[in-house]
Each structure stands twice: as C-alpha cells, then as structure tokens.
Design a protein around this ligand. Structure first.
Ligand code: DGL
Length: 261
C-alpha cells in the first residue's frame, strides 16, 4: 500500500485525456498533474530541447514524492523516455501510438496515425510501425495546428471543423478504417473528428491501454494505494492555469485550482 501520488505530465492539457482515464480506473490514487504550458507545443522542438524541459518537469514532480510518472505526451515519450528511465529510479509509463490494435483489426488493410512531427521522428514510432504494421498500408499525418486548437479551447469552432476536414480528406481517400490518435491532445477532438469522418472509421485513443499498463506496473511493484480515502488531485502549470482549470472542470464537474509555477 503506497499513498504517494502518481505524477502526470504533458506540454499542456492534452495529458488530461490520460489523467481522466487514470482517475476513472484507479479512483483512490492521489495525483499531481503538470501542464508545461509555457513550452507548449513540444511537437516542433528538437529532442535535446525536449529532454531538457521534460527533465525540469520530472524534477518538479519528484519534489512531490511521486511514486510513478506517466509521461502523458507522445512527443515527450518519443524524445525523452529512454533518458528518464536511465536517470531516475522511479517507474515511467510512456505513450505509444496504438498502431497494434489498428493493424490487427483493419478490414481495409489501410490505417492512419495522427501525431506531431516529434512523435513521427522518434524511434519508438518507427519500431512500433515496423513491428505491427508491416502488412498493412500505414498513412501518417502531422496534426498541424491541432494542439493549438485544443489549448485555446477552439474545439467546437466552425473553423476547426473545416480544418479537420481538410486534414482528413487525404486519409479518407486512402480508404482507412482506423485512425490512431498519436498525441494526447487529440482525444479532445474526437467528437469533432467524428463529424468529418465516415462512420466506418474507428478512432483509437490509447489512454485505456496506457492506464492498463500503469495498473500492471503498480501491482507488480506493490505501489497501489488501496486506502479508499478521497483522493487528492493537484494541478500545476508553467503558464496561464485557466485553460487547465476549465478542462479539469469539464472532466470532473469540480472546480480545482491550478497553481502557476
Ligand atoms: N500532447 C502532446 C503529445 O502527445 C504534446 C503535443 C505538443 O506539445 O506538441 O504529443
């Protein structure tokens, strides 16, 4: 039994798509969430730059005595997970584009991954796609402007729908039947994406698989909190905390204050 919190980090509010799955699945765990809003987006940054900024965030989370950290950001995972595992003793859970379930279930033998430039440049993506998608057509698309749209809460704007349509048309023309969301910001666009995609396309959010993996690691390392006390959730941002507070409110129905550091 370990009451220490779980740390969750992202360049912004995207990691909340993983955090919401975490608190739904493991409702007794305490959490500390860090949105690195000041450095958002991570997508176009170099690997060295991302390692440096993520390392700072990890040090901050460790100062809260976290027992495990979820790197709830595909871009940060691609750039920094090896570095983090090498330099810190606690377990790290990273994001992996969910190519495997898409490749296993496709009927049209054509699937697509939507992610940031940084994620596609990482070796994790290359390895995953090679391992699981060698016998299907795998199409990739950089989600241009999508992080910005989510961070500015422009999800339901008509311009967003038009932009998503433009991004999706070339993929639909490739007859894809699975779209893998390879950036944790994108699940907040699922409803908007459904509006512009044909109904036979399955959208895959990797959050449930990531939390399943988190649960396994907590059990295996004897780190679960089984106390059944009300959990404590802390939120921090390196920039304006308002957007974080509003997303957390939408998820939980409660007003949590986020602190800027
Ligand atoms: N949510 C992120 C990801 O999963 C961050 C994207 C960004 O900051 O560019 O990739």
């Amino acid at each position: 039994m370990d009451k220490r919190p779980i740390g969750v980090l992202d360049s912004g509010v995207g990691g909340l798509s993983v955090w919401r799955e975490l608190v739904k699945t493991l409702p007794y765990e305490n959490t500390v969430y860090f949105a690195d809003t000041e450095n958002c987006p991570y997508g176009p940054k170099s690997q060295q730059e991302i390692i440096k900024i993520v390392d700072k965030v990890v040090k901050f989370l460790i100062s809260y005595d976290v027992k495990l950290i979820i790197v709830a950001c595909n871009t940060a995972t691609a750039a920094a997970i090896d570095y983090l595992r090498l330099h810190y003793d606690i377990p790290f859970i990273g994001m992996e584009p969910a190519v495997k379930p898409a490749a296993l279930n496709t009927k049209t033998k054509s699937i697509a991954v939507l992610a940031t430039e940084g994620t596609f440049n990482g070796k994790l993506y290359l390895e995953t796609s090679k391992k699981y998608a060698s016998d299907v057509d795998l199409h990739i698309k950089v989600g241009d402007k999508l992080v910005e749209i989510v961070e500015n809460d422009k999800i339901n704007y008509p311009e967003t729908e038009a932009h998503l349509k433009e991004l999706m048309i070339p993929l639909v023309q490739k007859n894809i039947d699975h779209l893998v969301l390879g950036c944790t910001h994108y699940p907040f666009l699922t409803d908007a994406l459904k509006k512009v995609l044909p109904s036979n396309i399955t959208i895959i959010d990797p959050a449930p698989a990531v939390i399943k993996q988190t649960t396994n690691v907590l059990i295996e390392k004897d780190l679960m909190n089984n106390s059944m006390d009300n959990p404590e959730y802390k939120f921090y941002s390196s920039g304006n905390p308002e957007i974080l507070e509003s997303f957390v409110y939408n998820i939980t129905g409660f007003h949590y204050k986020a602190t800027t550091i």
